[in-house]
Design a protein around this ligand. Structure first.
Ligand SMILES: [Zn+2]
Length: 307
């Protein structure tokens, strides 16, 4: 039954895909919503872009669904975050899609991390003792807008190669994005400037690129190691760290349980800020610019409050 349903849906999807291509649009599938949002910036109306994971989901642990295979089946381009962010769920989906265009190494497979500045790169041998995730460096690099600028150029170039007729369009949109981003970064930097050097705790290691760019100092994490849930001993350490250092904010991604961070914040006289690590983390945050607008407005307000 299930296979039949999938087959029927597949035919429907292929028909849709066929008509999209007839209109000359590249069909771009991304693993996370941020990459789809960035792809739309340069792709405009000459591409369709959709993400597999939703922005309110933990991108490390996405539950695979048959519909994901169908999305991949009809993709011209697959853009991934890389650095093994998707290692737990994506590889079997790519294989099962049987789509030659998007297999690793094919022209339609694009690993955005190749262009980004990656932090927390491992220096020695990678072992499980270092945590469950992030073995190849920190994959949350899109939270530095300068990395957004780097990867958007790679998208424009790849789309231009695959759809040469629209190359000038993609490059013009890249130039426009580049200009708008420069202006936006200036504003975001100015908003965060009064809080340079302020110390914060974060739940997961999602924020090193963001905090580096905007001058915050991440001193510890609610997770004792990446991907490992909080422990009572570590929680107690954090309360003491916050009290000693006068640290007032714990940044938490929307998909984590708030009980532990709330209890830490309460005992340390601080506050939890649910910051969005992805486009789509809230309904009205649908573009790459809106993501930083949202996070920076929220953070600046809370940092001001806890001066
Ligand atoms: Zn992570």
């Amino acid at each position: 039954m299930k296979i039949q349903r999938i087959a029927t849906a597949l035919i429907a999807f292929l028909l849709v895909a066929g008509s999209a291509r007839a209109q000359g649009k590249l069909n771009v599938v991304t693993t996370v919503e941020d990459l789809a949002a960035i792809a739309r910036e340069v792709g405009g109306d000459r591409i369709t872009a959709e993400s597999i994971a939703r922005g309110y989901q933990d991108p490390h642990f996405v539950e695979a669904k048959p519909s994901f295979i169908l999305k991949l089946q009809r993709a011209d381009v697959l853009i991934v975050v890389g650095r093994e962010l998707e290692i737990g769920w994506l590889p079997p989906l790519i294989t099962q899609s049987r789509n030659a265009k998007i297999q690793v190494g094919a022209a339609g497979y694009l690993d955005a991390s190749q262009q980004a500045r990656i932090l927390d790169l491992p220096t020695g041998q990678v072992t499980r003792a270092m945590g469950d995730v992030h073995p190849m460096g920190n994959p949350h690099y899109w939270l530095d807008p300068e990395n957004g600028r780097r990867i958007v150029k790679a998208f424009a170039d790849r789309f231009s190669q695959m759809d040469a007729a629209d190359a000038a369009y993609f490059q013009a949109r890249y130039a426009d994005f580049d200009k708008r981003l420069t202006e936006a970064v200036k504003n975001w930097t100015a908003k965060m400037a009064p809080f340079k050097g302020r110390k914060v705790i974060t739940y997961h290691r999602s924020w090193p690129n963001f905090c580096n760019r905007f001058g915050l100092d991440v001193v510890d994490y609610v997770e004792p190691k990446p991907g490992i849930p909080p422990t009572p001993a570590h929680t107690l350490d954090l309360i003491n760290t916050m009290k000693r250092g006068g640290i007032k904010l714990i940044l938490v991604e929307p998909y984590f349980d708030l009980r532990t961070p709330n209890s830490i914040a309460q005992q340390a006289g601080g506050e939890v800020a649910v910051l969005l690590p992805s486009v789509g983390g809230k309904k009205d945050v649908t573009t790459y610019f809106q993501l930083f607008d949202y996070d920076i407005n929220l953070l600046a307000g809370l940092l001001q409050k806890h001066q």
